[in-house]
Design a protein around this ligand. Structure first.
Ligand SMILES: Nc1ncnc2c1ncn2[C@@H]1O[C@H](COP(=O)(O)OP(=O)(O)OC[C@H]2O[C@@H]([n+]3cccc(C(=O)O)c3)[C@H](O)[C@@H]2O)[C@@H](O)[C@H]1O
Ligand SMILES: Nc1ncnc2c1ncn2[C@@H]1O[C@H](COP(=O)(O)OP(=O)(O)OP(=O)(O)O)[C@@H](O)[C@H]1O
Ligand SMILES: NC(=O)CC[C@H](N)C(=O)O
Length: 718
């Protein structure tokens, strides 16, 4: 805004969006972009902000190297520029652009079938699941704009030979300045909006691809509100939505913020492909807000200016709509996030994979119960989307998946029966309690449930072994050695996996239906970290919705589900002790997870966070835990050592871990987020020696610090 002083309201309607883009789905991405632009126009908006790299989809990964990707992006952009329905609004879209042989992650602004400006991202995202520096270079020339020679395909559509490219801002006919930043640039300490705000930019657009992590939305909203509170301005935040063909779920929630107050907020989860939020804002509010802070004006008077790029558009003075009132931000609790995030991800994955539903081995324990509840939540969301939201796309998808062209889902349990098969696979070591719990839960949620006894298969495999050896392995309880005991457990666990895949492929055929099922697995993050699972057993599947969620959060989620869904069987899961049921149960012995591991799930949760988020190796883990846990130093040292030994021995399991929904920063998935060696020396000689030294020093210091009996006597006498 070229601010010359206070004046009457300068109203404008602006729009930000979420789009369920899919890597390389150029046609689908194109139509979702068009939908949002048209929706924004219908709501009276003059600016529409899309999501990061929305033309090709954010998650193209190594496809960004391919010339095909760039070519199809230009072709799609050309389609957008030729579409006359998209005239009359300033559109911000995103795609990779090669400039002078270097690839940039760019925001492209177009208006009335002409490209206005291309702005390369200046600060790239490169941590956890983000790898932008692998493909893109960040634009390094601050406040520098240069000509970009357009490819022929655009040239022939827009009749433009070149357009401005670089670090500039757009100025409208009525002197309102618009600046861009892209996703990560909001998160860095020196965000571009800070300098732009001092140079009189009043509207900021942020095109994002930001994925769901439990409790992250609170941080994102805080960041936007506080940033705009500090600098003043109108912030249009757009974010991708959906699974994008990967393990992450981009959690939408587009927002419009004015001077630190929220004017509009979209939904974080849900099944709709596009969402547009609009707000009518007063640009003069920004001027008034800023000019009230004289120290800011002093800084602004010294600032170096950004190059301005003109757009043939006036923003102010045409809007008849009332100003949008401010609202309070809405957040989900972590339990709700587990209920809706993985469910939305599963739906996206299922409809895109075109499989006929899910198969879940249901053990009667809390982990597989959580997965069953997440699928049930998905069914509730589908029924809601079809019934309440009249979402035709969801209806088309559900009809295609169920292979029932006239079906309209109205009952989540009935839908669950069509999309989810659960199976209890018992052995002689299984208990009635777990079998009954599994059955009761399946009845509550409505899944098609089967009870399978796998003892015969296990016996047959052991018979094959006995053909080569006259030795017969025994459980520990029957006098067997540790290796026999473990082998007998692992064979049960592995047979479940093979049986599960057989049923996933054939059960619909047996029921007179068509299509095969995706196999869901349900190992939680704590088990994965310490390797407390049999490699290639039922913890392996096609997808794991809870693979980055800890036991503690899963317990709260299951308790929360009881309130939301009211399933009576849930109580019995909450009080059950986690057990693998792979060893014979006797009066004297019942196998439990925590005893097997030697660490409690709560302890594993602390350890997991320290290892990954706080980047602790054994010694620093010990030092940090000494401040967190109250236990004797020796016991603490032993726990840390036990964890690192198990972790080192079992790390190879993280390389083949089932693709899991990523919603925790401490996820140990070796494939994408937690890149580590998988052949360790589990003795950790130097590291453990350092812990031992620390224990010794701690004990000595305690001895020195502890008052001697004579000192105590002296004081007590006083
Ligand atoms: N460095 C290395 N690199 C690559 N692969 C390596 C390896 N070291 C062993 N291996 C392979 O891994 C195998 C050992 O792993 P694995 O077969 O899984 O067997 P293992 O880890 O020895 O035993 C399974 C563990 O999971 C526990 N469990 C089982 C079932 C259910 C549950 C539960 O969650 O309730 C827990 C069980 O109590 C035990 O602690 C070796 O036989 C070898 O094939
Ligand atoms: N009796 C069973 N019937 C069906 N599936 C089973 C059975 N036992 C185990 N599984 C499957 O194998 C997975 C791993 O088994 P494990 O004994 O490690 O369970 P867990 O990780 O403790 O999970 P849960 O809390 O669901 O029992 C389970 O999550 C479940 O999907
Ligand atoms: N695409 C991005 O730049 C995302 C980065 C950012 N740290 C986020 O998680 O939201």
């Amino acid at each position: 805004m070229a601010s010359s002083g206070p004046s009457s309201p300068l109203k404008v309607c602006v729009a930000s969006c979420s789009l369920n883009q899919w890597a390389l789905d150029f046609d689908g991405n194109y139509s979702r972009i068009c939908n949002t632009i048209i929706q924004a126009k219908e709501q009276g908006a003059l600016i529409r902000v899309g999501t990061e790299l929305e033309i090709c989809g954010y998650g193209c990964y190594d496809h960004f190297y391919e010339p095909d990707t760039l070519q199809h992006c230009w072709q799609t952009l050309a389609r957008l520029l030729t579409n006359t329905d998209l005239r009359g609004i300033l559109v911000f879209t995103g795609m990779p652009v090669m400039h002078r042989g270097v690839l940039y992650n760019c925001t492209i602004a177009f208006h009335d079938q002409k490209i206005v400006f291309i702005r390369p991202k200046r600060h790239l995202a490169n941590e956890l699941n983000y790898r932008e520096m692998r493909y893109f270079v960040n634009w390094k020339r601050s406040r520098h704009v240069e000509p970009f020679i357009l490819p022929k395909i655009i040239n022939s559509v827009t009749r433009q030979l070149k357009v401005p490219f670089g670090d500039g801002v757009i100025t409208t006919l009525d002197n309102i300045d618009i600046g861009c930043e892209t996703c990560e640039e909001l998160f860095v300490p020196h965000s571009p909006h800070i300098d732009m705000s001092l140079d009189d930019v009043s509207i900021f657009v942020n095109m994002s691809a930001s994925h769901h992590i439990l409790r992250k939305l609170n941080y994102r909203i805080d960041l936007i509100l506080h940033s705009m509170k500090k600098v003043g301005g109108i912030y249009l935040y757009s974010n991708q939505k959906g699974c994008d063909g990967d393990r992450t779920y981009y959690d939408g929630c587009p927002m419009i913020v004015v001077n630190g107050k929220l004017a509009s907020q979209g939904t974080q989860f849900g099944l709709q492909d596009t969402e547009v939020v609009t707000a009518v804002v007063d640009i003069n509010d920004v001027y008034n807000y800023r000019s009230a802070v004289i120290s800011r004006s002093h800084q602004a008077s010294a600032v170096e200016h950004y190059p301005r790029i003109n757009v043939d558009l006036s923003l102010g003075g045409q809007c008849e709509l009332p100003l949008t009132p401010y609202i309070e931000p809405r957040y989900h609790t972590p339990e709700e996030e587990i209920c809706y995030g993985p469910a939305s991800w599963l739906w996206d994955y299922l409809r895109r994979s075109k499989m006929a539903g899910f198969f879940l081995p249901l053990s009667g324990g809390i982990d597989s119960a959580s997965v069953a509840l997440i699928v049930s939540s998905m069914c509730h969301m589908v029924v809601y989307a079809v019934g309440e939201d009249n979402d035709n796309q969801v209806l088309r998808d559900v009809r295609a998946l169920t292979r029932l062209p006239n079906y309209t889902p109205t009952d989540p349990a009935e839908l669950c029966e069509k999309l989810l098969v659960t199976a209890y696979m018992g052995t002689e070591n299984s208990s009635d309690e777990t079998q009954q719990r599994a059955g009761a839960l399946s009845r509550d949620i409505g899944s098609y449930h089967v009870n399978i006894n796998i003892d015969g298969i296990i016996k047959a495999i052991l018979t094959v072994f006995s053909l080569f050896s006259d030795k017969k392995p025994q459980f520990k309880a029957h006098g067997g050695s540790p290796v026999e005991n473990m082998a007998l457990q692992n064979i049960q666990a592995r047979v479940r996996m093979v049986t599960g895949y057989l049923f996933a492929q054939l059960i619909n055929w047996a029921r007179g239906k068509s299509g095969s099922l995706l196999v869901l697995s349900s190992a939680n993050v704590d088990e994965a970290l310490v390797g407390y699972l049999t490699k290639y057993d039922c913890s392996s599947g096609d997808l794991n919705p809870i693979g980055s969620i800890c036991k503690r959060d899963l317990n709260s989620f299951v308790a929360h589900s009881k309130e939301v869904f009211g399933f009576p069987s849930i109580d019995s899961f909450l009080t059950a002790v986690p057990t693998a049921e792979l060893e014979p149960i006797s009066e004297a012995y019942t196998q439990t997870d925590e005893e097997d591991i030697g660490l409690t799930y709560n302890e594993l949760n602390d350890i997991g966070k320290l290892r990954k988020i706080d980047r602790c190796g054994p010694y620093f883990m010990y030092k940090r835990l000494a401040c967190m846990w109250t236990m004797p130093p020796k016991e603490l040292g032993d726990k840390v050592k036990l964890f690192f030994q198990k972790y080192a021995i079992n790390r190879h399991k993280a390389c083949v871990i089932t693709p899991a929904y990523l919603c925790e920063q401490y996820c140990p998935d070796d494939n994408r987020y937690d890149l580590r060696p998988f052949l360790y020396n589990p003795k950790w000689d130097v590291q453990f020696r350092e812990i031992d030294n620390s224990i010794k020093i701690g004990v000595l210091a305690k001895q020195h610090a502890a008052p001697s009996s004579s000192t105590i006597d002296k004081f007590s006498k006083k």
